[in-house]
Design a protein around this ligand. Structure first.
Ligand code: HEC
Ligand code: HEC
Ligand code: HEC
Length: 428
């Protein structure tokens, strides 16, 4: 990363020096601007603006992602500096109002599919850097994404005023008293720009996040995303700080591999963040304190299953399906192999309240993202062709109750529901 910036500064200096007499002042100006722009770009990664405002095959930040919400489909907008379809005419104050308060330049309200209740915590300084980056570095694109067209009464954007009063959040970041600077850096990133709570905090009756920061124990205690259980981030007792950093940087660590919507968070956002910031996030999550309800693998409980699978006698249908289809990669002890095949013993996705995420992975497989620090893309094959609903239910039940796991059994109906929704998605 360092090389190109130095090169750019070098050329900026070379070009400016002979031309102006006030060369020094001009160079300093260029340096501050390019540093500011670079910081803004970094913050846009930390805020994951890309994930929602870009789609494949269209210019970066030109919008068009269809976001399914309780109200209907909401399309993200073009936030390139184009003056007709983008935000080219936005002043910095108008940009700040949109990002932190959900109010557009024309005064109309945004839907909270844009996570402004979380972004409310972004400081003025960071807004300034983000604005400078979007206005000066992002290429303008005239691509017009589809317009959001909700049915009555949700098409009445002014109605969001009431939502904001009742459920929204517009409070600035509150540091944790007595905590270190590092913990508070992590808190600022997670609670604000990272908007981690938008998926990891349970939602209430208005689809709002039930809490927006560390002052409430429900914050980051786990959520649900279209049926896929999103794990709690409070303390993550089964992982070390380094394992949290590895996961956020590469999508894998010695125990787990990422799946579902978190894959895009890692690919677009956290894999681009500095080691210091990721460490701060890990330290903050640990600071939130453990949740005793969370599972951790336990060697004693693990033994019984491992011994039975190794002997391979009188196996249940679920156990046999595991040995035949999964054991080659995840092993009879369910421990997998570090940074390649995730540990299934104690995994959040297996012990989640809803089995949908687990069933989804068994049917469809998964692929670890390729990131700068871990470029290989490891595949988990899908088993939708090979296993019927009853077999998947038996296999998933075994996984949720084998080794030291302890979660409810899975029914054939639950498997059928996930299979049907995957088939519908694949048709689109
Ligand atoms: C989770 C998805 C999501 C993320 C992440 C996200 N946005 Fe948005 N954003 C949206 C959606 C959807 C809209 C349009 C909402 C509507 O039509 O009411 C929007 C609208 C906006 C607007 C208003 C533009 C206009 O005039 O319509 C701005 C500005 C904006 N986003 C900036 C950002 C920035 C900057 C970031 C990163 C810090 C970001 N967004 C991250 C989903 C997202
Ligand atoms: C768009 C929704 C979404 C957002 C935003 C999001 N996550 Fe996640 N996260 C998930 C899902 C879904 C999983 C479960 C992944 C799986 O099942 O493999 C997950 C898993 C994780 C895990 C693994 C926990 C475990 O016990 O296995 C960590 C750590 C994590 N997320 C951290 C974060 C952090 C930090 C942020 C903010 C920077 C964040 N997430 C933002 C959806 C999200
Ligand atoms: C060819 C090797 C291979 C086989 C066979 C295989 N897996 Fe996987 N599995 C992987 C890899 C690689 C990942 C990581 C991919 C990811 O999470 O994106 C993974 C991920 C998973 C996860 C998600 C773990 C987490 O922490 O999020 C589960 C659950 C899982 N496998 C279960 C199974 C089951 C059940 C079977 C048998 C039906 C199976 N796997 C067969 C390689 C394999």
């Amino acid at each position: 990363m360092k090389q190109p910036i130095l090169k750019r500064l070098f050329w900026a200096n070379m070009l400016l020096f002979p031309i102006c007499t006030g060369a020094l002042a001009a160079t300093q100006q260029a340096t501050t601007d390019s540093e500011l722009i670079q910081r803004g770009e970094y913050l846009s990664r930390a805020g994951d603006c890309m994930a929602c405002h870009s789609i494949e095959g269209k210019p970066a930040y030109s919008g068009g992602l269809a976001i399914k919400s309780g109200l209907g489909v909401i399309y993200s907008t073009n936030i390139t500096p184009d003056k007709s379809v983008g935000i080219g005419n936005y002043s910095e104050q108008q940009f700040a109002d949109a990002v932190r308060n959900g109010i557009r330049a024309d005064g109309s309200h945004l839907y909270p599919a844009m996570p402004y209740p979380d972004y409310a915590k972004i400081t003025d300084k960071d807004i300034h850097a983000l604005y400078t980056y979007f206005m000066n570095k992002v290429p303008a694109s005239s691509h017009q994404p589809p317009k959001t067209d909700l049915s009555f009464p949700f098409n009445q954007r002014w109605g969001m005023t009431f939502w904001n009063w009742t459920f929204g959040n517009d409070t600035a970041f509150v540091p944790i008293k007595g905590a270190s600077e590092q913990v508070n850096r992590g808190a600022y990133l997670v609670e604000g720009l990272g908007h981690c709570g938008s998926c990891h905090t349970p939602r209430g009756i208005g689809m709002q996040e039930k809490a927006y920061d560390h002052q409430d124990d429900i914050f980051l205690s786990g959520g649900d995303l279209n049926g896929w259980s999103v794990p709690s981030l409070r303390g993550i007792p089964r992982w070390t700080n380094q394992e949290i950093v590895d996961y956020l940087q590469t999508g894998r660590n010695d125990k787990a591999g990422v799946g579902g919507e978190m894959t895009s968070v890692i690919y677009h956002s956290t894999s681009h963040m500095s080691e210091d910031d990721l460490s701060a996030i890990a330290v903050y999550l640990k600071h939130l304190g453990g949740n005793p309800a969370l599972t951790k693998s336990d060697d004693k409980a693990n033994q019984a299953t491992t011994v039975k699978l190794t002997a391979a006698k009188n196996l249940t249908l679920g156990e046999r399906l595991y040995v035949d289809n999964c054991g080659a990669c995840h092993f009879v002890d369910g421990k997998g192999a570090p940074k390649a095949f995730p540990e299934l013993d104690g995994a959040s996705i297996i012990n989640a309240p809803s089995p949908d995420g687990l069933v989804h992975i068994i049917l469809q497989g998964a692929q670890l993202p390729s990131t700068a620090k871990a470029p290989s893309t490891l595949m988990m094959p899908g088993f939708s062709q090979r296993l019927n609903d009853k077999e998947v239910a038996e296999l998933a039940t075994f996984l949720r109750q084998g080794w030291s796991n302890h979660a409810n059994k899975v029914t054939v109906e639950q498997v059928k529901k996930v299979r049907d929704s995957l088939e519908q998605d694949n048709k689109k």
